[in-house]
Every structure is written in structure tokens, then in C-alpha cells.
Write a protein that binds this ligand. Structure first.
Ligand SMILES: Cc1cc2nc3c(=O)[nH]c(=O)nc-3n(C[C@H](O)[C@H](O)[C@H](O)COP(=O)(O)O)c2cc1C
Length: 329
């Protein structure tokens, strides 16, 4: 897939997921073949006014490239300045969030609030486009009512402002994550635009990704929730796309992913923060595995990397999981 000057290895995209798609999680997805990884949404205000924690969200490594960094906000000048900071950090793509429907974001006139304010949306896109030379993308929802009329309007407006690709999550802002994603809106947006369209919503199995490509004609497929705990979904999608069976990760591969996630999290976040996160995060990876309950109970109390490593190892031994050297399956 080509997004402006950026060519990705394949059509798969890791969705931005607040609090989840940090560098260690993105590295896991990339390691299993994901074509394009996206950061979680980052406040343009936080970037511009120098919040250390916000700026830390821009941390990256060459291994994960190309990287798309998503920003949110409602002030065109601050969004432009924030986008410039993202570009200077070495990111490959700036993505703008027009889809978040969380109350706090809507209150600040950001996220999907912008889908009912086309003139402000245009001002933001124009200001950001002018401020950066790297590709610019936008992630939208259906809008505020189910017809997708606002999605069409904002998509056309985005193309008109020089946006290089658009991701469409076809649920309304009021819908949150309930109900089904209406893929026909992805089809309609794709038909109306010449820039690449990335479809998103309800890809839960590798076959869904191909069905989305075929049904909607979209150029890329973005996966969110299904990648949490199973970053191997990207290699599974690519296998199915090449007429190979999707290899279900075995216990050894899952253990391998857990160890890598733990080690990367400690090195990028520091031991204390990482271990606190690992108490819940490592539980994602054992879903459906034997003795998972026992592991979940124990991991809740870890306070050091060594302790976590030992618990993972003990768990691997208890289910006779053999370590592996590669996650790509
Ligand atoms: C926990 C969580 C956090 C999310 N954070 C973001 C975000 O930061 N930016 C964004 O554009 N969308 C965000 N989303 C929406 C996802 O990117 C995606 O559009 C949605 O989950 C639908 O795709 P899926 O069915 O593959 O999960 C989030 C979704 C979830 C569940």
C-alpha cells in the first residue's frame, strides 16, 4: 500500500489503541508482519506545551518503521505545531483523530466532534498539511447518524485538503463499539475517493480481513481489538492472503511473545511502570490457554522483571510449552 511517499510492505495496519499501542506492543505487531503500525492518540496540546509524559509517547525505534503517529485536538495552529513536532521526532506519517467519541475528547471539540464541524475540520487539515511534508492521514467514523453522510463529506473534504489516505471505522459516534461496523460505508468512501482507503471494524479473524478487502475494495485493513493478546493476527492474515493456512500460535510462540513484550516494556518504560502494566497486560496473551486462571492470579502481584520472567517460565513448564526462536510462524 502506498500512502504518499510511504510504501508499506503489505496491506495490514495496527489500529491506534489508547493505552495499548505503545512502542512494545507495536514492536510485537511489526514482528509478526504488520505493514503499518500506529501510535495511540497523542494530545497536540501536550506535545506543544511540553508535557514530558506526552512527548515520551513519540519514542520509536527503526525496527517498527514505518510508524504513523496519531494526534488529536481542535485548534488548527496547535495541531499544526503538534504535527511538526511529530515530524521532527522521525515519524513517517501524521494521522489525525476524527473518530474518538469519548466524552472528554468530545467536550474539547476534538475527535468525532469534528465530523459535525466541517469548517473546523477543514481548517485543521489545511493548517497541518501546510506544516508538514510527510504523509498526512485521517481516521474517521461514520459520523453522527447511520447513513454515513458525514463520513462522505469529511472524506471528500480530506482528499481536497491534500490528505494522503483515510481510515474508516464505520460506526457512529453515538454507537461507541456497540453493534456491527457497517462496511458499506467503507465501500462508498472508497468509490468516492482516489486516495487509499483503509477499512476498519470487526476484523476478528484472518478471513475477515480478506472479506473486507473483497467486499469494500479498500486498500488496507486496520485491526484493533483482535490484535490485543494476538499480535500474530497479522501473520495469519498474510498467510490467508497468500492461500496458506493461518497458523494458530502455539503455546511456545505465545510464551515467546509474552517474554518479548515484558522485556521491551521494561526497557522502554522502566521496570516499575512496566511491571505495573504487565499485571493486567500479560493476561491478554494466555486467553484460552491451559491453567490460565492460575497464571492470571499469580501475575497480579509481580513487582520486578525477574519475578515476571520466573512466573512466565513456571507457567510454560506447567503446560510443557517449548520456547521458540521466531514469532512470525
Ligand atoms: C481500548 C481502545 C482504545 C482505542 N484508542 C483509539 C485511539 O487512540 N485512536 C483512534 O483513532 N481509535 C481508537 N480506538 C478505536 C480503534 O482504533 C478501532 O477503530 C476500533 O477498535 C474498531 O476496530 P476493531 O473492530 O478492529 O477493534 C480505540 C479502541 C479501543 C477498543
Amino acid at each position: 500500500m502506498r500512502i504518499g511517499s510511504v510504501e508499506t510492505d503489505n496491506f495490514t495496519v495496527l489500529a491506534p489503541l489508547a493505552g495499548i499501542t505503545n512502542l512494545p506492543m507495536r514492536l510485537l505487531a511489526k514482528g509478526t508482519g504488520c505493514g503499518l503500525v500506529c501510535s495511540e492518540m497523542i494530545s497536540s496540546n501536550g506535545l506543544v506545551y511540553g508535557s514530558g509524559k506526552t512527548v515520551q509517547l513519540l519514542d520509536s525505534t527503526p525496527e517498527e518503521k514505518p510508524l504513523s503517529v496519531q494526534i488529536f485536538g481542535s485548534d488548527p495552529q496547535i495541531m499544526a505545531d503538534g504535527a511538526r513536532i511529530v515530524q521532527e521526532s522521525g515519524a513517517d506519517i501524521v494521522d489525525i483523530n476524527f473518530g474518538c467519541s469519548v466524552k472528554k475528547i468530545l467536550k474539547s471539540n476534538s475527535g468525532s466532534a469534528l465530523m459535525k464541524d466541517p469548517s473546523l475540520a477543514r481548517a485543521i487539515l489545511k493548517a497541518v498539511r501546510k506544516a508538514i511534508f510527510i504523509p498526512l492521514t485521517v481516521k474517521i467514523r461514520s459520523g453522527w447518524e447511520p447513513s454515513g453522510k458525514q463520513a462522505m463529506e469529511i472524506a471528500r473534504l480530506a482528499e481536497d485538503c491534500g490528505v494522503d489516505a483515510i481510515a474508516v471505522h464505520p460506526r457512529t459516534a453515538t454507537q461507541g463499539f456497540r453493534g456491527e461496523a457497517n462496511w458499506s460505508i467503507i465501500t462508498a468512501v472508497k468509490k468516492a475517493l482516489t486516495i487509499p482507503v483503509i477499512g476498519n471494524g470487526d476484523v476478528t479473524a484472518p478471513e475477515d480481513a480478506l472479506r473486507m478487502l473483497n467486499e469494500t475494495g479498500c486498500d488496507g485493513v486496520m485491526v484493533g481489538r483482535a490484535a490485543i493478546g494476538n499480535p500474530m493476527i497479522f501473520s495469519q492474515i498474510l498467510a490467508v492472503a497468500h492461500d496458506r493456512p493461518a497458523i494458530v500460535p502455539n503455546d511456545g510462540q505465545r510464551i515467546d511473545m509474552m517474554l518479548r513484550y515484558l522485556h521491551d516494556s521494561v526497557s522502554y518504560l522502566g521496570e516499575q511502570t512496566a511491571c505495573h502494566m504487565m499485571r493486567s497486560r500479560l493476561c491478554w496473551f494466555v486467553k484460552g490457554m491451559r491453567n490460565a486462571g492460575q497464571f492470571r492470579n499469580a501475575i497480579r502481584f509481580i513487582s520486578s522483571e525477574k519475578e515476571a520472567e520466573e512466573l512466565i517460565q513456571q507457567y510454560a513448564d506447567s503446560i510443557s510449552a517449548k520456547p521458540v526462536t521466531s514469532m512470525s510462524g
